[in-house]
Design a protein around this ligand. Structure first.
Ligand SMILES: Cc1cc2nc3c(=O)[nH]c(=O)nc-3n(C[C@H](O)[C@H](O)[C@H](O)COP(=O)(O)OP(=O)(O)OC[C@H]3O[C@@H](n4cnc5c(N)ncnc54)[C@H](O)[C@@H]3O)c2cc1C
Length: 390
C-alpha cells in the first residue's frame, strides 16, 4: 500500500465534502490553477441516498466540463423521453436538444461522485477520503483561516487556507461552526423509499401523480431502474418508519396498479432505502474566509429531483467567485444562487405539501418547467471566465 503524502501547510481552498457540490467546485478551482484540498469522511466511490435524476442544467454542466463521455462509458443510459402520469392521463415528452444537451441521465452516485472526484484529482486537487473535519480555525476577528482534520494516517492535522468551503451536505458541520443563519425554511416535506430493479423495460423516466401520492421510475446504471415512492409527511411514520417493505409496496399500489404489477414482474436488487424527510433550508452561504455550496447552503425536498443539478450549477458560480478573490464576489455568488433558486424552492415546497389536486399539480409542473428553462438559459449564457473544460 502506498503511504498518503503529507499535507501542504497552506492551500488556496479547503473543501469539506467530495461529492456533487464539493468535487465539482474542486475540479473547477483546480483547473484554474488553485491549490485545493478536498476531504470526505466517507470512502471513495461510496453510495449516497438518491434517486439519481439529473435535470437538463445538471447534464449541461457535465457536458461543459467534458465529463459526459465518462458518465456514458459507465453504462449510464441516455434518457430521451419522460412521461408524466396524472392519474389515468399520460403526457409524454421527448427530450429535445437544447444548449448541446440531447438527453438526460441518472447516474448512480457511485458513478457520478467518483467521476467528479477523479476529474478533480486529474486537475491537480489533493483529495483525501476517510478524513473528517475537526474544527474550523478562526482569527480573533472571526475570519476562518483553516481547519483541523482527523486523518487515520496522520492523526490530527492542522491546515491553513484562503477559504474553507462547506460542501458537507444538509447537516453541514461547516455551517454550524461558522454560525450560518437560515433565512428560508420549507414548511412541508415528504418521505421517500426506493429500490433498484432489474428487468424493467426502459421507457425513459416516469413520474406518477395522484392526489396524496407520487412515485417515479428512473433508468440508471447497469440496466437497473430506481423505483421510488414519495410519502406525505403525515404518513411517513406509518409507511416508512413502521414497516418499510409494506409501506413501499402499499404506496406503489396506491400510485399506480400498473406500476405495481410491473414491479412484481421485475427482479429487486438490494434493500429498500428510506428517507424520513427534512424541511428545506436556505442558509447564508458566505462570510469571511468561508462559503457553503450544495445542500450545506441550500436544500429542498427531493421530490422535484433537483438537488444534484443545483449542486453542479452552484459549484461553478462559487468557483468563479472564489477565483475573483474578494468578499463582494462571494456575496454575489449567494445572490445569483438565490435568484435562480427562490421559485424552485417555493414550488418544491408546494408539491411536497401534497395539498394539490390534479389541475394544481399540472400547473405546478408547468411552473417548474418554466423556472428550469430560465435556469438553463442563464447557465448557458454565462460565458466561462475560467477554464471549465480539461
Ligand atoms: C431520498 C433522496 C432522493 C434524492 N433524489 C435526487 C434526485 O433524483 N435528483 C437530484 O438532483 N437530487 C436528489 N436528491 C438530492 C441530492 O442527493 C442532494 O442534493 C445532493 O446529494 C447534494 O450534494 P452535496 O455534494 O451538497 O452533498 P452530499 O451528497 O450530502 O455530500 C456531502 C459529503 O460531505 C461529507 N461530509 C459531511 N460531513 C463531513 C465532515 N464533518 N468531514 C468530512 N466529510 C464530511 C459526507 O461524507 C458526504 O460525502 C435526493 C435526496 C434524497 C435524500
Amino acid at each position: 500500500m502506498t503511504a498518503s503524502p503529507s499535507y501542504r501547510d497552506t492551500y488556496d481552498a479547503i473543501i469539506v465534502g467530495a461529492r456533487c457540490a464539493g468535487a465539482s467546485t474542486a475540479l473547477l478551482l483546480a483547473r484554474a490553477g488553485a491549490r485545493v484540498l478536498v476531504i470526505d469522511r466517507q470512502a471513495l466511490g461510496s453510495d449516497r441516498i438518491s434517486t439519481h435524476a439529473l435535470m437538463r442544467g445538471g447534464v449541461l454542466q457535465l457536458l461543459r466540463w467534458g465529463l459526459l463521455p465518462k458518465i456514458l462509458a459507465a453504462q449510464t443510459p441516455r434518457i430521451t423521453q419522460t412521461v408524466f402520469h396524472y392519474g389515468d392521463e399520460d403526457i409524454r415528452i421527448d427530450i429535445k436538444p437544447e444548449h448541446g444537451v440531447e438527453f438526460l441521465c441518472a447516474p448512480r452516485r457511485t458513478v457520478l461522485d467518483r467521476i467528479l472526484v477523479e476529474a478533480a484529482v486529474e486537475a491537480g486537487a489533493d483529495v483525501r477520503h476517510n478524513v473528517s473535519l475537526g474544527t474550523l480555525i478562526k482569527r480573533p476577528d472571526g475570519r476562518v483561516t483553516g481547519v483541523t482534520l482527523q486523518d487515520p494516517a496522520f492523526g490530527s492535522v492542522t491546515v491553513r487556507a484562503g477559504i474553507v468551503i462547506g460542501a458537507d451536505g444538509r447537516q453541514s458541520m461547516v455551517a454550524r461552526q461558522v454560525g450560518a443563519s437560515t433565512y428560508a425554511v420549507g414548511r412541508h416535506f415528504a418521505g421517500v423509499a426506493y429500490r433498484y430493479f432489474d428487468g424493467i423495460h426502459d421507457q425513459g423516466s416516469r413520474w406518477f401523480f395522484k392526489p396524496g401520492a407520487s412515485a417515479g421510475v428512473v433508468p440508471t446504471n447497469d440496466g437497473q431502474h430506481c423505483v421510488f415512492v414519495c410519502i406525505p409527511k403525515s404518513e411517513i411514520a406509518s409507511k416508512i418508519m413502521h414497516n418499510i417493505a409494506d409501506g413501499y409496496h402499499a404506496a406503489l399500489t396506491e400510485n399506480s396498479e400498473t406500476l405495481s404489477r410491473e414491479i412484481e414482474g421485475a427482479r429487486p436488487s438490494g434493500r429498500i432505502t428510506g428517507f424520513a424527510g427534512a424541511p428545506g433550508h436556505m442558509r447564508t452561504s458566505q462570510g469571511r474566509g468561508w462559503a457553503l455550496v450544495g445542500d450545506a447552503g441550500y436544500f429542498k425536498d427531493p421530490l422535484t429531483a433537483h438537488g444534484m443539478t443545483d449542486a453542479l450549477r452552484d459549484a461553478e458560480i462559487l468557483a468563479r467567485a472564489v477565483l475573483q478573490g474578494n468578499e463582494r464576489a462571494l456575496a454575489l455568488y449567494q445572490e445569483e444562487r438565490d435568484a435562480l433558486s427562490h421559485k424552485l424552492f417555493a414550488i418544491t415546497d408546494r408539491i411536497a405539501s401534497f395539498q394539490w389536486d390534479m389541475a394544481d399539480i399540472r400547473s405546478l409542473h408547468m411552473g417548474l418547467q418554466a423556472v428550469m428553462k430560465s435556469e438553463v438559459d442563464h447557465m448557458a449564457s454565462v460565458a466561462p471566465r475560467m477554464p471549465i473544460a480539461a
